[in-house]
Design a protein. Structure first.
Length: 364
């Protein structure tokens, strides 16, 4: 409990950090200020789609694989907006958007943090995010591009959803928006070899400006999250600029198992070192925006791999990917009876790892 007491001193009576949006709501500014204060000291734990579904269940109120194992909800909740652009009633992972809205508001009222990714379909070909058959996609959706009008409609769907995230008293729920992620790879249509650098930057700038200034949304923090990079120069090669990014992220999975654990730890340490340094110099937050080891074949992965990867520099949060209810081999957090449950509980109880009940008030 001493840790909790210490963390409540981080809650601010007046937000001090500057965000991309000069009209950001009080709650959004407060969240950002507190994330900056927490990083380097403790790490919030997050999980994708945590309360929407898990191993052996879906759509059951109050459920959570994390809670089933640890007795507590995560501190950070990840959600994906993929398919909202087409007007679909459910997202890319079959989560109804009405349900997602309720879960986001519940997470906020629980004191948690909500982050949104967007596996947006390919507006040029009609394919998925992973349709990399054309190098003209990004250029086609910029102003004067042949698909620009369509893309505006898609952004309007995103904006309408974010605008609808309000509590019963009308408070706009702050969200961390992480568009066009992992662009250093080439598996999405916005990837590095699928578009010109200037076009990627123009897309990012246009998206932020449109949501902030045209759609008048002031409850968004913008997260930039490349995949693996060899160094600082590569990470910032397509950086949209401090005036368009609030939070520096990293998406990097541990692929393999024990034989690749050392490299994973080393790679994360190396990247987190320069992210923490840049964040301190530029008054930004930095996070481990997406990670995990699928199926968790190492029983002590949480304490002997993940913790060693994040502990030296302590990003504001680390978010593990989802536990798919319809793909039993696709999970990243232990469920009851999984061999890694004891280690996951041990990880949760580390003094610098924060789950839901450990949180200070991040919104004031």
């Amino acid at each position: 409990m001493l840790l909790l007491g210490a963390f409540f001193t981080y809650s601010c009576t007046s937000p001090v950090q500057k965000t991309v949006d000069k009209k950001a709501t009080w709650e959004t500014l407060s969240l950002y200020t507190n994330l900056v204060k927490i990083q380097g000291k403790s790490i919030l734990f997050g999980h994708q789609d945590d309360t929407s579904y898990g191993i052996g269940w879906t759509g059951e109120s109050g459920q959570s694989d994390v809670k089933k194992v640890t007795g507590d909800y995560p501190a950070v909740y990840g959600w994906d907006l993929g398919h909202i652009e087409t007007g679909s009633p459910q997202n890319i992972d079959n989560v109804p958007f009405e349900q997602m809205r309720s879960h986001i508001i519940e997470a906020y009222e629980r004191g948690g943090v909500n982050t949104l990714s967007w596996h947006v379909q390919n507006p040029f070909t009609g394919g998925s995010s992973w349709d990399v058959s054309s190098k003209e996609v990004v250029k086609s959706i910029l102003p004067d591009g042949e698909k620009h009008a369509l893309f505006l409609e898609w952004l309007d769907h995103v904006a309408a959803f974010i605008a609808s995230l309000k509590t019963g008293n009308g408070t706009a729920v702050p969200v961390l928006f992480r568009p066009y992620h992992e662009h250093t790879g080439n598996w999405f249509w916005w990837g590095r070899e699928l578009c010109e650098k200037d076009d990627y930057l123009a897309l990012w700038h246009f998206t932020v400006t449109y949501l902030r200034d045209k759609k008048d949304l002031h409850n968004i923090l913008y997260v930039y999250s490349p995949d693996f990079v060899t160094g600082e120069q590569e990470y910032f090669d397509r950086y949209p600029g401090d005036e368009f990014v609030d939070i520096l992220g990293l998406d990097l999975y541990h692929r393999g198992a024990e034989d690749s654990a050392g490299k994973f730890i080393s790679d994360v340490n190396k990247i987190m070192e320069f992210l923490s340094r840049y964040a301190a110099a530029h008054k930004k937050a930095f996070v481990f925006s997406e990670t995990g080891l699928e199926q968790i074949p190492m029983n002590k992965w949480f304490t002997e791999v993940l913790y060693k990867a994040v502990a030296p520099y302590k990003p504001a949060y680390v978010l593990l990917w989802r536990n798919a209810y319809d793909r039993p081999e696709h999970f990243f957090v232990p469920y009851p009876a999984h061999p890694a449950t004891d280690d996951f509980i041990k990880f949760k109880n580390l003094p610098d790892i924060l789950f839901g009940n450990d949180l200070p008030n991040l919104y004031k």
